[in-house]
Design a binder for this molecule. Structure first.
Ligand code: GAP
Length: 429
């Protein structure tokens, strides 16, 4: 199955989905750039998450906080002490390894001796202002949710929400991971989509179950991922993060094994209480019974890169010579591609161009007039375009075109006047 990862890495690069960051300088481990197709794909995924969280629920408020916070935030949250991975270093080649990734007590690279286990903090450090002193030290956020907790009072005071309510954010997060790899599965720079749902402490378990089920349904019914590729994993008590009462991961069957795609955590009142204590600002609320409470937090959190990898793996199909990314149309970078049958016949090009320009007002559509029609179909299958529309000589007489379906490869003729209606129905099926 590793073969599938190799195929995806190469397809993603060749077709403009994902490039190694700074590749002309030899790349930089754990950093990846999204190309023209990748940006469209990830934007669709982010929009679908946004629709699910913010548009569907009028009690979930959007937020966009900064990447760098006051360093006191990370002391209060526990990250400066607890956001660590145990590592061992090879005494010969000085490479560092995560203890849980090591199989024996010799270096997997050069068989050298390993040091004692050390704790390594995963936060990236930087300095604010012109001096590199301890006093100016700051961190790039390793998760987006702390910005939600530090803005909790601002949202409550301005929006006046009642429990339960949520705050949602999509943004960059950074982790100095010891070992990266598996393409975009574990990165040092990533984007998180996090929603913190604030509930009455007595209702935490009910809302936890609620969000756990809702999130699984999103993968199955909205993104239409294969149900055999998804499962829940309930974290045993001893492996829970310091803030968590319960965490269930939604796992995806990646080619290298089952891995966490999304975490749903019951963070209790840990965050609001610790920030109240450290900042001196009381972050409690009054519930509908007039009692002062520190709301509990239910948090579904997923990384854009990991979700993108899951969608790519789930969609990849090989059918004889065809390589297909069978994306759900909602996710596909282009909804349709438009071709003139022959690129040297001006009347075909002109008509195809007018169809393309008209569709472009409503959809992301692709234009292709290179090579023969077979090559164009091949290229569109590879990037997951659900429909290919070809203008041929009959189109000039009948004002119609052929629509070729990516999944069935069947073709049918559709009149141009009916095309938008036809596509709308097909794309929403
Ligand atoms: N606020 C909770 C939190 O950050 P997490 O389980 O550490 O929890 C949540 O991260 C999600 O973020 C993961 O389920 C995963 O999708 C994504 N994620 C975390 N670390 C990542 C990394 N190094 N590279 C890519 N995605 C990552």
């Amino acid at each position: 199955m590793d073969n599938l990862m190799e195929k995806l890495v190469s397809l993603c690069k060749q077709r403009g989905f994902i490039f190694p960051s700074s590749e002309i300088y030899g790349g930089i481990g754990g950093f990846w750039d999204f190309g023209p197709l990748g940006v469209r794909l990830t934007r669709n995924l982010k929009n679908l998450w946004w629709q699910e969280m913010v548009l569907k629920n009028d009690n979930i408020y959007p937020l966009d906080s900064t990447v760098i916070h006051n360093p006191k935030v990370w002391e209060a949250s526990g990250h400066t002490v607890s956001f660590t991975d145990p590592l061992q270093e090879c005494k010969s080649c000085h490479k560092r390894f995560r203890v849980d990734h090591l199989k024996g007590d010799k270096c997997p690279e050069c068989q050298g001796k390993l040091t004692e286990v050390k704790q390594f903090n995963l936060m990236f450090k930087t300095f604010i202002g012109p001096t590199e002193e301890t006093a100016s030290k700051a961190y790039l956020r390793p998760e987006t949710c702390q910005g939600i907790f530090t803005n909790f009072a601002g949202v409550v005071d301005s929006m006046r929400p009642k429990l339960p309510f949520g705050i949602a954010q999509i943004g960059k997060a950074f982790r100095n991971e010891i070992t990266t790899g598996n393409f975009i599965f574990r990165d040092r720079e990533m984007e998180q989509m996090e929603m913190e749902y604030f509930v009455d402490p007595k209702e935490d378990e009910k809302y936890f179950e609620d969000w756990k089920e809702k999130r699984m349904k999103w993968y199955l019914n909205v993104l239409k991922l294969n149900k055999n590729n998804l499962r829940f994993f309930d974290h045993p008590k001893e492996s829970l993060a310091h803030y968590s009462k319960r965490t269930v991961d939604i796992e995806f069957k990646f080619p290298f094994g089952w891995g966490e795609l999304e975490g749903v955590a019951n963070r209790t009142d840990y965050d609001l209480k610790t920030h109240s204590k450290h900042s001196g600002k009381d972050l409690s609320l009054t519930n509908d019974k007039g009692e002062k409470v520190y709301p509990y937090v239910i948090e579904p959190s997923v990384g854009v890169e990991r979700l993108t990898l899951a969608v790519l793996v789930d969609s990849y199909k090989k059918d004889k010579d065809r390589e297909i990314l069978a994306f759900d149309p909602k996710v596909a970078p282009f909804k349709a591609a438009v071709f003139p049958l022959l690129s040297n016949k001006q009347e075909l090009v002109k008509k195809a161009r007018s169809v393309y320009d008209d569709l472009r007002k409503d959809y992301e559509v692709n234009w292709d007039d290179r090579g023969n029609i077979g090559k164009r179909y091949y290229a569109q299958d590879q990037i997951g375009t659900p429909f290919c529309l070809t203008i041929d000589f009959d189109s000039l007489k009948k004002d119609d075109l052929t629509v070729r379906d990516r999944d069935t490869t069947k073709q049918e003729r559709v009149s141009i006047s009916n095309l938008k209606k036809y596509l709308k129905t097909k794309l929403e099926e």
